[in-house]
Design a protein around this ligand. Sequence first.
Ligand SMILES: C[S@@+](CC[C@H](N)C(=O)[O-])C[C@H]1O[C@@H](n2cnc3c(N)ncnc32)[C@H](O)[C@@H]1O
Length: 262
Amino acid sequence: MEVNVSEVSSLDLIERIRAYWNEHIHDLAIAKHPVGSEGFFQDLTDYRFDKLRYLPNVVDFSGYAGKRVLEVGCGIGIDLVKFAEGKAEVTGIDLAEKSIELAKQNFSFAEVEGDFLRMNGEDMEFDDNSFDAVYAHGVIQYTANAGKMMKEIHRVLKPGGEAIMMVYNRISWLNFLSKIMKVELEHEDAPVLNKYSIGEFRELLSDFSHVKIIPERFPVKSKLHKGIKAVLYNEIFVNAFNLVPRFVVRPLGWHIMVFSYK
Ligand SMILES: C[S@@+](CC[C@H](N)C(=O)[O-])C[C@H]1O[C@@H](n2cnc3c(N)ncnc32)[C@H](O)[C@@H]1O
């Protein structure tokens, strides 16, 4: 039997990514309540929409009523709850079974409906042209083969459908700051963590007919970090940075938000 070595090593990498995300819940350090409790989901939701306060301004979570929305790499389902509360028909997939288990609990506390499946976003089990929108926030940078995931996202979208994605900007204030201050970014120990320039990421979007890119995520005070570096960051850097007009620093946003259409 012929064995394709690169296919085997790519599946091995996917397994390592799955194992990592089964052990690491995004932003877990901020939770005051036990994992899986109602308070836990509330803690992480509050923290997320404080840190990512830009998100509801650029993503109209309530604008997909009656539409089929797929979230690839849904984690514990915080954003997907918002789509579901806006009456979208939602499906969440994630490599990690722990994420799927927690996302289901999150939906049950929020009293909304959703379908959840443990699935690899690089090799989805959905038919072509199945969804009106696909959402992947903070996922493509952590997968083994970003090009493969992008092809899959495009394939499962209906013609005219929208893909909303976020990857990290290599040429950004946060990447520079973490290197200068020698403070590791979250999940820098993940098996894969890619950062892109806007141009590099645009190259992955060539199958889409229309692409809009908005760099976002500017400094807000950190609740996660402690010590002198955190004080300098919170009391000086955040205030000073936010004095600069946003249009000047816009290209340096840490999150490359992409809105693209099939
Ligand atoms: C940083 S977390 C983000 C979770 C969520 N999207 C959020 O913004 O909170 C990355 C997630 O992507 C998932 N992931 C990574 N590669 C994946 C893949 N190939 N298929 C499906 N999920 C994947 C991980 O299991 C993890 O839950």
